[in-house]
Design a protein around this ligand. Structure first.
Ligand code: FAD
Length: 455
């Protein structure tokens, strides 16, 4: 196993459960990859991911198996308001938006986020006719075609920068928004497709009471670091070696210059690192963005100017350096003691790798300056924690599915190899766990291994 992030840890865990012994090689001194949790003055600080999508089951299944089910908390969705900065003001995202697809007329009509031309276009989009699936194109091209440029600038761009650290002009519509591409083919209109699907999901037998809506995001009370810690503790048939794998061949892996025997090799490190180990050129073609999180802890009394809600996103058109900010205590319970508040800011992304090169003092100063101008927050934080993640977030750019097919074809010639990680079939934590679980299952059951397992 090469890589000790959630992909490598969960693959090792499922292999151990099937009775397979594992040697896990991790280049950094700690396991967990981008998942890291620290508690400062009672505030739970996530240096990387802070939650996972509740709709994808793999993370919850693993958490339950590890006995952490009682620690799961959901996002406080009743208080969910996300703001977008527009013309210097924070404007709430209108109710009823599913990503960038409007599903409710009145909140969209009443919102000052978009102009009347875009709103009219959004209404008329309902009448589009189905079209055959076109060749892959960018997310921006898809959204522009259906709702216009303003929807790209003030919906698609900030939402995707917040999730992927990505540029919608580069990201692949087919790989990032496959459901919308399918709606276009089936219904013509993304709005109509989304509403049909919502109606089907809400469908229930007559007389049955409406099900309570599950939270959108879930996490663990003590932070996601407790998931990786529990995984690490459960690896009863895994030997961990801290060192960088620098070559892989059939039957062996070289770590810091010494060869280790390996019957199978699961490569679960980022694709750019895998590209240095394997003769599969397309791995190097998978782009990655870099990001940085800056957590600022304040006495609650200093945060009186904070609006209610989960936080805000800053579109590229209005951005200086900050991409987004989460009001952590509002999004999740148990994150801060009652007298403390925590703001978590995101910087970097596809267009600003350079921000990672700034020293901590410069980062704190620029974040404080932006918070002052956006929120009127004059008071200084009581503590700041900065995490830098160079080239950690895979970008599924236009043509991703053909690159993936080429990787699968090349890997099929190496039946001793399995690939997992966020470069292939999904970047979220549940996607990574699902891929690793499938790879471990195939390996343990003696099925051919080579292709990145489909989540
Ligand atoms: C800032 C940030 C916020 C995110 N937020 C969310 C979120 O809220 N929800 C969500 O679902 N997802 C989120 N993601 C995405 C998700 O966290 C990641 O996709 C996922 O955790 C990746 O796990 P991984 O194991 O594939 O990779 P990583 O965590 O990157 O782990 C790969 C490991 O491989 C090791 N490695 C690299 N090269 C070698 C080598 N040659 N030899 C040995 N080891 C090597 C690295 O040191 C690393 O530990 C976020 C990501 C980031 C960066």
């Amino acid at each position: 196993m090469i890589g000790g992030g959630i992909s490598g840890l969960s693959a090792a865990y499922y292999l151990n459960r099937s009775g397979v012994d594992v040697t896990l090689v991790e280049s950094s001194p700690r396991l967990g990859g981008v998942i890291t949790t620290e508690t400062v003055e009672g505030c739970v600080i996530e240096g990387g991911p802070d939650s996972f999508l509740a709709a994808k089951p793999a993370a919850m299944e693993l958490i339950a198996e590890l006995g952490l089910g009682g620690e799961v908390i959901g996002s406080n969705d009743s208080g969910r308001v996300t703001y977008i900065r527009r013309d210097g003001r924070l404007v709430p995202l209108p109710d009823g938006l599913m990503m960038m697809v409007p599903t409710r007329v009145l909140p969209m009509a009443a919102s000052s986020l978009l102009g009347w031309g875009t709103k009219l276009r959004m209404g008329l989009e309902w009448f589009r006719k189905p079209v055959p699936a076109p060749a892959d194109r960018s997310v921006a091209a898809l959204v522009r075609e259906h709702y216009g440029q303003e929807a790209v600038d003030y919906l698609a761009e900030p939402l995707l920068s917040g999730v992927y650290g990505g540029d919608p002009e580069q990201l692949s519509a087919a790989s990032v928004l496959p459901r919308f591409v399918e709606f276009e083919r089936k219904y013509g209109s993304l709005t109509r497709g989304t509403m049909v699907e919502m109606a089907q999901a809400a469908g229930r037998p007559r007389g049955a009471s409406p099900a309570k809506k599950p939270p959108l995001f879930r996490t663990l009370q003590r932070g996601l670091g407790s998931l990786t810690a529990a995984l690490e503790a459960a690896l009863d048939r895994t030997r961990v070696i801290h060192g960088a794998a620098d070559a892989v061949e059939e039957g062996r892996v070289r770590v810091n210059g010494a060869w280790l025997p390996a019957r199978h090799v699961v490569v679960a490190c980022p694709a750019h690192a895998a590209a240095r180990l394997l003769p599969i050129p397309e791995l190097a073609a998978i782009a990655y963005s870099s990001s940085m999180t800056v957590a600022l802890g304040y006495r609650k009394s200093k945060l009186a100017s904070l609006p209610p809600g989960f936080g805000f996103l800053i579109p590229a058109r209005e951005r200086r350096r900050m991409v987004a900010c989460t009001f952590v205590g509002n999004k999740f319970a148990h994150r801060c003691p009652p007298d403390m508040g925590l703001l978590r800011c995101f910087l970097g992304g596809a267009a600003d790798h350079a921000v990672l090169d700034l020293d901590d003092e410069a980062v704190s100063a620029l974040v404080r300056d932006e918070l002052r101008s956006i929120l009127g927050l004059e008071a200084g934080p009581d503590f700041v924690r900065i995490s830098r993640w160079p080239r950690a977030m895979a970008q599924y750019t236009v043509g991703h599915s053909s690159r993936l097919a080429a990787i699968q074809k090349a890997a099929a010639r190496m039946p001793w190899l399995s690939l997992s990680g966020n470069a292939y079939n999904g970047i979220g934590i549940p996607d990574c766990i699902a891929m690793s679980k499938a790879a471990a299952h195939r390996l343990a059951s003696g099925e051919p291994l080579a292709e990145p397992a489909r989540a």
